[in-house]
Design a protein around this ligand. Structure first.
Ligand code: KIV
Ligand code: ZN
Length: 405
């Protein structure tokens, strides 16, 4: 954009140099405020976005995609204000591959300490023909032009090859090679429609890694949607095949069935020895999940991995007994490691004696074997007729029996 140039910090090359020092570091790119906020009903005010951006900074994300500035004055202003509000993360603004979008993004990033432009265009024949009514050659040219134009103002340029999941891998490789030559520092390979199987997506990333000239001059990024419930699996497959940036959202919110859940990917990397690590403070996950849920008015399904209300609740007798003997029988992540209040032993008609004993002891009742047998019989009658067994119910149960306390 004439008269503006934030291309002086050398941040992108610093990023790449860091990566060369630690090839196993995975960069986390959060798009809760852009791809997540596109969801109907999830729109946020600028102050709400700033609050989430500050929590994302505390979480330790490397990049915050703050918005799509050309889309509305409000989104433009949010990028401006988020740029002022955070210090450490790169602040990124989305554009299509045209000068107007890029100019707006450059303008909106004027206060960012570490600005990034995220520009791109469709890469599948489906998008090229039916979305752009164009040809592969023409689209390649537009991609390169957009990167070159953005590069005049901002050093750190991420290019997205939309619908890469369904794109011909040879054409995709040609496009990725051309945009790196034009100055892209990160190349995003989105599975925009959540179409790929993990092995297909992983193979695509490996093909690019092995066949694109100068691929080591850029970071490969994975951006997977969840239409078939495979977003997290595909992101992990991408990382296992050479990608070093993962894009996603808190609680997995996003277009249609959502994006990759950042909390899931990070905890997979912590749980399995894949040799990869992030800079994320996982203990902040539960808190930020609750914040996003509340601000965006988007409930989190109870069985959602890592942050759902049942993620650490044990309810069947067999599981409860095993858990009470050794929590690792049924717990691969400790709730405190993701900031979750605590594991719970939920009393239901499927609970066993061990769980009842555990709760009665917690309330100060130490019953002998016969007393426990009687209490358990009465408990089952109650639990068959009442969904939520409270401490008060347990106290009444003991008081109303022949048990001496
Ligand atoms: O899903 C997608 O392809 C996107 C791009 C704009 C990165 O969100
Ligand atoms: Zn997306």
């Amino acid at each position: 954009m004439p008269g503006r140039n934030f291309n002086s910090g050398g941040q992108a090359s610093k990023h790449l140099k860091n990566m060369l020092h630690d090839p196993n570091r995975v960069y986390v790119f959060d798009t809760t405020l852009r791809d997540g906020e596109q969801v109907p009903g999830c729109q946020l005010t600028t102050p709400e976005k700033i609050e989430i951006a500050r929590e994302l900074e505390a979480l330790g994300v490397d990049i915050i995609e703050a918005g799509f500035p050309i889309s509305s004055p409000g989104d433009f202003q949010s990028v401006v204000e988020i740029s002022k509000a955070v210090s450490h993360p790169i602040v990124c603004a989305l554009t299509r591959a045209n000068k107007g979008d890029i100019d707006a993004a450059v303008e909106s990033l004027q206060y960012a300490k570490r600005p990034r432009i995220h520009t791109g265009i469709g890469s599948s024949d489906m998008h090229i023909k039916t979305k752009f009514n164009s040809t592969r050659e023409e689209i390649l040219e537009r991609a390169v032009e957009a990167v070159k134009y953005a590069k005049k103002s901002v050093e750190d340029i991420e290019f997205y090859a939309e619908d890469a999941g369904r794109a011909d891998v040879h054409y995709l490789a040609q496009m990725v090679e051309a945009v790196i030559a034009a100055g892209a520092t990160v190349v995003n390979i989105p599975d925009t429609n959540g179409y790929c199987l993990p092995n297909q997506y992983g193979d695509k990333i490996r093909f690019l890694k092995e066949n694109v000239k100068n691929i080591d001059k850029a970071i490969i990024s994975v951006h997977c949607h969840n239409d078939l419930g495979l977003a997290t699996a595909n992101s992990i497959a991408g990382l296992q095949n050479g990608a070093r940036q993962i894009e996603g959202t808190i609680n997995g919110i996003g277009e249609r069935a959502g994006n990759t859940s950042i909390e899931e990917v990070v905890m997979i990397l912590k749980t399995h020895q894949l040799g990869l690590h992030t800079n994320i403070n996982a203990r902040n996950f539960y808190e930020i999940s609750q914040l996003v849920r509340t601000q965006m008015r988007m409930p989190v399904q109870p069985n959602k991995a890592i942050v759902g209300s049942n993620a650490f609740a044990h309810s069947s007798g067999i599981h409860q007994d095993g858990f009470l003997k050794n929590r690792e029988n049924y717990e691969i992540i400790r709730p405190e490691d993701v900031g979750f209040p605590s594991a719970t032993i939920v009393l239901t008609a499927r609970s066993g004696r061990h769980a009842l004993k555990h709760h009665l002891e917690r309330l100060g009742y130490n019953l002998d074997k016969n007393e426990l047998a009687e209490a358990y019989k009465n408990f089952l009658t109650l639990a068959d007729n009442k969904l939520d067994i409270t401490d008060e119910d347990l106290t009444m149960l003991v008081a109303g029996s022949n048990i001496s306390v």
